[in-house]
Design a protein around this ligand. Structure first.
Ligand code: TRP
Length: 451
């Protein structure tokens, strides 16, 4: 595809909303609250904020820059910026594979969320006995047909939006979904203000107690800063390639990171208010929103309405994330194979759905199949989050900081009004990111050698 007929954003608002839509997802509303709960609250939140600023944002800016200058898909952009076919395609290629795998299992989780939305609509949290509510997730895991059906609906929604293209699909829908989810979150926050646990939740999140912070928590915060900003999977390179020459990268990058962080903190506040108000343990882990919250919804005043809006919120955030991941692969395939965009979208969507079936079946019919001791779902998750993502992010930072060098950082910053940030960005991208990400990369590899 020639540069002139590549898609473009209609303006910076469309871009920022689409990129923030990608960033805001299950990572904010599901994972951030539960890892904060497991890591003791305030001190972890502080470390997380530092990681966003010192690790996540620099890589985010690097990717936007590579996309904007390369004006090509996630793999080719690296090459074009480097001006030759080279080793430096690798971070892009790793990102592309991760995007495809993440799409396959993220849409499976999308299906679970649709399941809980459906149960909310039928008022099952209000009417069924506690034991049944608690086992809803495991019941779903044991029912392949139901999982596959819901997963296919979620994938159809994703494909349907991306079929519309960049402006008429992704932009149009994120402009609708993002304000919608912000409104829902504000509504839930106002409701939380009236619950008795609000003060305790605020204290838990914002009063740091460093004695509760562990090394594992620190590493988890670095890793999560990547995941939550959707970096290292080619999304920001692809989205950056639809920008124009004079777009202000630091302003856009900061806006995306601020929206993502504020929404994660708000979601945390809402969820912990519910948890403290009803005297539940804060460290229940991944089942927090699928077991603990449904139980609470059944008890709260107005719980029916809260449950319906809460799962609608999560479904929307998951959808704005899956469309961005699909776009990465679609952009790559249309440009590489010179294929028509709509047909490519259908094929990639179907292929990701097909690979996702392995995740659907990993808790039932195929639960006995293990790769390095993990079922398919856990394997895809681990492979991307513990290996490909950090590796791709590490290579991107080395590429920008050491291969392209300070000149690239100058170009990111020049004439943007953020000149004072130049030095910090250079230090982060050359030293802080490579060191911290190398550490999580090495520490995170123990799963490859199961005992
Ligand atoms: N940022 C998303 C979230 O917080 C998760 C995610 C990681 C993602 N990588 C991505 C989403 C790539 C879209 C594209 O949930």
């Amino acid at each position: 595809m020639s540069e002139s007929n590549r898609p473009k954003w209609s303006g910076s608002l469309g871009f920022v909303l689409a990129a923030a839509g990608s960033a805001v997802g299950l990572g904010n509303i599901w994972k951030f609250p539960y890892i904060t709960g497991m890591n003791g609250g305030g001190a972890f939140v502080l470390v997380y904020l530092a990681c966003i600023a010192l690790v996540g944002v620099p890589v985010l800016l690097a990717e936007l820059y590579i996309g904007k200058v390369g004006q090509a898909n996630a793999v080719l952009a690296y090459e074009k910026v480097h001006k030759e076919k080279s080793f430096w395609r690798l971070p892009g290629a790793l990102g592309l594979i991760s995007a495809f795998l993440i799409l396959s299992f993220y849409s499976v989780i999308g299906g679970w969320i649709l399941n809980f939305e459906w149960c909310s609509l039928l008022n099952e949290f209000g009417t069924r006995p506690e034991g049944e509510i608690k086992s809803m997730l495991s019941d779903l895991f044991e029912d392949p047909t139901r999982q596959i059906f819901l997963h296919s609906i979620f994938m159809l929604l994703t494909v349907g939006i991306v079929l519309g293209g960049v402006q008429k699909g992704i932009e149009k829908w994120t402009k609708l979904l993002m304000p919608g989810l912000v409104l829902i979150l504000i509504g839930l926050l106002v409701y939380s203000l009236f619950l008795p646990g609000f003060g305790q939740a605020a204290e838990f999140l914002f009063l740091p107690d460093f004695s509760k912070l562990s090394w594992e928590g620190l590493l988890e915060a670095v890793g999560h800063s990547f995941f939550t900003l959707s970096v290292a999977v080619g999304v920001m390179v692809t989205f950056g390639s639809y920008l124009s020459k004079d777009d202000n990268l630091p302003r856009m990058g900061f806006s995306i990171a601020i929206i993502d962080t504020v929404l994660a903190l708000t979601a945390g506040l809402v969820i912990f208010t519910a948890v403290f108000s009803y005297g539940i343990e804060v460290d229940t882990g991944p089942t927090l929103i699928f077991q603990t919250l449904p139980l609470l919804f059944g008890k709260m005043p107005g719980g029916y309405f809260i449950a319906v809006t809460f799962f609608l919120l999560i479904a929307s955030t998951a959808l704005t994330s899956t469309i961005s991941i699909l776009e990465v692969v679609v952009a790559y395939c249309t440009e590489t194979f010179k294929a028509p965009r709509r047909i490519t979208t259908l094929i990639v969507g179907f292929a990701a759905f097909a690979v996702g079936l392995l995740s659907d079946l990993s808790t039932n019919l195929l639960s006995h199949v293990k790769i390095v001791g993990l079922n398919f779902f856990d394997f895809f998750d681990k492979l991307t989050s513990s290996l490909f993502l950090p590796l791709s992010g590490l290579l991107t930072s080395v590429f920008l900081g050491w291969v392209l060098g300070p000149r690239a950082v100058d170009e990111i910053i020049r004439d943007t009004g953020f000149e004072a940030y130049r030095k910090t960005l250079l230090i982060c991208i050359r030293v802080i990111v490579p060191i911290s990400v190398s550490i999580i990369l090495i520490m995170g590899l123990d799963w490859l050698w199961p005992a």
